[in-house]
Design a protein around this ligand. Structure first.
Ligand code: NAD
Length: 247
């Protein structure tokens, strides 16, 4: 049987990129997956790819919608908080709106989702929460990622606190810190830079010591491990998967 057979998983931002690759990896490992995203069209194409994936639109900035979804569809064995927003610039380029938006999407969302799923996990004495951070966080200072890195460092604090509070009650909580991964939103950021697109891709690749970007499936493999009972002795830890970028 599969590495996740018998488990029910909730994933945010599952329509594209790392979240989508993870939904497919979880389903292929035998999990029942509830894949959520704000993009209903992306969800429809994902649901068509695997019989064990059901989908529901969810904007992670809407706390009431989160509670309603978990009340209707929980309890869950696994929560993968994947949704995140990249604000570009230094502190001098960051206005109050961009700063608040970064916290709303990247941190407040995880507060609400973790709080919503935890009671169901504690009741059954088991659960694995996986939070998407980044190497751009407390792990490494990255230029022009001021608001983003601040929120992703907050994700690490949130993760370790939850892990510490519930370590004796069967619930684990870990964070994933990817380096640069080839996803649709990275493509958007590359095009937003303007000028020569090929040269812009090269600039992202050039900062990777391995000479290539990560693939979403390489992050999904780590999420699968953290979701499964293979990682039962692991909680409160920060898992860097970055092709050696932060080394
Ligand atoms: P992506 O940007 O390619 O896809 C993001 C998905 O999120 C889209 O389907 C979009 O519709 C959805 N989304 C956007 N706003 C949403 C909201 N408010 N509620 C629900 N869904 C929403 O994704 P990605 O690049 O795989 O990034 C996923 C996560 O990984 C993010 O938290 C990101 O910060 C993190 N991350 C990415 C990289 C990278 O290089 N791609 C590196 C480190 C960390």
């Amino acid at each position: 049987s599969g590495r996740l057979s018998g488990k029910k998983a909730l994933i945010t931002a599952a329509g594209a990129g790392i979240g989508r690759a993870t939904a497919l990896a979880f389903a292929n490992a035998g999990a029942q997956v509830l894949a959520t995203d704000i993009d209903a069209q992306a969800l429809a194409s994902l649901a068509a790819e695997h019989a064990s994936i059901t989908t529901q639109p969810l904007d992670v900035t809407r706390a009431d919608d989160i509670d309603a979804l978990v009340n209707a569809s929980g309890p869950f064995d696994v929560l993968f908080n994947c949704a995140g927003f990249v604000h570009a610039g230094t502190i001098l380029d960051t206005d109050e709106t961009g700063w608040r938006r970064s916290f709303t999407i990247n941190v407040d969302s995880m507060f609400h989702l973790c709080k919503a799923v935890l009671p169901g996990m504690l009741e059954r004495g088991k659960g694995s929460i996986i939070n998407m951070s980044s190497v751009a966080s407390s792990v490494k200072g990255v230029p022009n990622r001021f608001a983003y890195s601040t929120t992703k460092a907050a994700v690490i604090g949130l993760t370790r606190s939850i892990a510490a509070d519930f370590v004796a009650r069967g619930v684990r909580c870990n964070a994933i810190c990817p380096g640069t991964v080839k996803t649709p939103s990275l493509g958007d950021r590359v095009r937003a830079l303007g000028g020569d697109e090929a040269a812009n891709w090269q600039s992202f690749i050039a900062r990777q010591p391995m000479g290539r970007l990560g693939e979403p499936e390489e992050i999904a493999a780590l999420a699968l491990y953290l979701a499964s009972d293979e990682s039962a002795f692991t909680t409160g830890t920060i898992h860097v998967v970055d092709g050696g970028w932060s080394n």
